[in-house]
Design a protein around this ligand. Structure first.
Ligand SMILES: C[S@@+](CC[C@H](N)C(=O)[O-])C[C@H]1O[C@@H](n2cnc3c(N)ncnc32)[C@H](O)[C@@H]1O
Length: 307
């Protein structure tokens, strides 16, 4: 079962009009979607998007009997405006993004997300996509691979791991998750293997790269502001410092008026604030949630309102 993170906080901060139109861009196990449905009235509409068809299949059964109209859409949230336009929607009251991978995806061994379960190296949230973790691990130049592992995994041994991967694949392709775990373990010095799993950071980095998670986030944020009606809110739950920085900087920029350098006597940029931050500091799970749900430990929720 996927335990939704910051569930009550998110729903309370997001819903401003219980008869409005709300979009959950990351349906996953449907935890936030189901709670939103409980909070909304029958006149409301709830759109759920996910690029993983299995997430939508699981959730559709869960939403039977929900009071609001529920529309589930298979697609990538980086095309948010087009996906909504396809359903005849151009203005909404709230948008939620709960980023990253769901527990369902991690637990389905054959998806290749988990370093505990042996499976083909895959990690695609949308299996219709061409490029999988296998392609990155077996085809990328060493420098590029090291860059991904460093940037998205913040793995201090990224260069050693990339070198070991390239050495191994010159003999034979690395086909499975556990083969990759073995290569990573060999690359990391033994003194650093205590504590968390040695493959944790590399697997996270590969997942983020395979699914272009940072690219999708950068593309969806401005679209979310475009479709929010005045007073509507967007909430973003992140699990990685890079994602949180992206969201924080975006809200800061969109909450600013003129962006001209101070020495200019008049404004030439004509930038206007479109957002007001609702959470000045990110909301984080309390100690009870952090104890009950390990995934929640790195979660941060930021909410902003359309002016
Ligand atoms: C953390 S889970 C969401 C969990 C959900 N809030 C719940 O309570 O069950 C993230 C989900 O977002 C989906 N996802 C990630 N990136 C996406 C994208 N660019 N477009 C659409 N769905 C995406 C994943 O497939 C996954 O199912």
């Amino acid at each position: 079962m996927h335990k939704p993170v910051l569930l009550e906080e998110t729903v309370s901060l997001l819903v401003t009009d219980p008869r409005g139109i709300y979009v959950d861009c990351t349906v996953g196990g449907g935890g936030h979607l189901a709670r939103l449905a409980e909070r909304l009235e029958a006149e409301a509409t709830l759109v759920g998007i996910d690029k993983d068809r299995r997430a939508l299949q699981e959730t559709s059964a869960r939403m039977v009997g929900a009071a609001p109209t529920v529309i589930l859409v298979h697609g990538d949230f980086r095309y948010l405006k087009a996906l909504l336009r396809g359903k005849g929607i151009t203005r909404v009251h709230g948008i939620l993004l709960d980023l990253g991978v769901s527990s369902f995806q991690l637990d389905e061994a054959e998806r290749g997300f988990s370093y505990h379960l042996d499976a083909p190296l895959d990690m695609r949230m949308n299996p219709d996509q061409n490029r999988s973790a296998w392609n990155l691990v077996n085809e990328l130049p060493e420098e590029e691979l090291a860059g991904i592992i460093w940037r998205f995994g913040e793995e201090r041994y990224s260069r050693l791991i990339a070198r070991e991967i390239v050495k191994r694949r010159q003999v034979a392709p690395i086909n499975t998750t556990l083969e990759l775990v073995e290569v990573i373990s060999k690359a990391i010095p033994s003194r650093s293997k205590r504590g968390k799993h040695p493959a944790r950071r590399t697997f996270q980095a590969l997942r983020i790269a395979v699914n272009d998670e940072m690219g999708a986030l950068e593309e969806v944020l401005p679209q979310a502001v475009d479709v929010l009606g005045s007073g509507g809110r967007m909430g973003v739950i992140t699990f990685h410092s890079l994602e949180d920085r992206e969201v924080k900087n975006f809200i800061k920029l969109e909450s600013s008026g003129c962006l001209c350098p101070k020495h200019l006597p008049v404004c030439v940029c004509h930038h206007q604030a479109r957002l007001r931050p609702v959470t000045v500091k990110p909301v984080v799970p309390d100690v009870h949630e952090q104890t009950a749900n390990r995934r929640a430990r790195s979660a941060k929720l930021r909410v902003a309102e359309r002016i």
